[in-house]
Design a protein around this ligand. Sequence first.
Ligand code: CP
Length: 314
Amino acid sequence: MTWQRRHVLATDDWSRAEIEQVLDQTGAMVEVLGRPIRRTPALRGRTVILFFAEASTRTRVSFELAAKALSADVTNITASGSSVEKGETLRDTVRTLTALGGDVIVMRHAASGAPYFVAERTDAAVINAGDGWHAHPTQGLLDAYTLRGALGDLDGRRIVIVGDITHSRVARSDIDALVPLGATVTLSGPPTLVPSAWRCGMTPRGTTYEPDLDRALDGADGVIALRLQKERQHAGLLPSIREYAKTWGLSEERVKRMRPEAPVLHPGPMNEGVEIAASVAHGARSLIETQVTNGVAVRMALLYLLAGTPEQVA
Ligand code: CP
């Protein structure tokens, strides 16, 4: 299939074939990363600008490693230390990044929709590395790749996503990636942290809401625990962090309710002892470090599909 997308802003309108193309391309990039020299010239002569106006470790570093593994030139811009700090508007920042000759702009921003605003104003390909509560498409794709690696075909599999659903761009992008691949998703979390329409049964296609986490986990094929996003919450949404950990935290006892060897994922950064026990985060079922490793290959695949030179992949 020939790749048609110019940008990766969200995957909510992607077909199964498009998602599978990215995951298959990721497999090819894993092979590149397994070579003694972890580098291919697919983006030689291209410039990738990493514009992170919000904090990040995994996403920013993995995009940087991905771009370098594809031989691109890479430039980092963060809000702190750039002219954004002096009040430069997003419109002017885009003009500047475009004038600097970026072929791909990878951006994270606190405002939902900011990558769409940028994509309309630049010739560069734009990749959304997380915008507000809206979407984190590369995380959704790497979670799908990780689960496919652990479970094989995702058709008919049931994955639980637990935690702060309302404020989670990861939850939305996980749903967007997993459901087209044939998985169903059970959402679980405190009613105050689940969108009211979803609580009332109007959940996205392929998903259901189960307020009882133990019931949600019974017989599940895998679980993704979300970070409790204290920075995005208004006060008073939870009785206490202790109560949250007791009711919604992934404990060793709880994960045993899933199928044997059903994996545990978390996008990071984790609040250990809150949404996930340390023994689960670092236990036998945990794929949390595998997610981080896979993040490089998934981002290589996307950079290559958007800006690569096909004959230079091998
Ligand atoms: N999962 C994720 O987006 O992590 P970072 O905030 O560290 O990039």
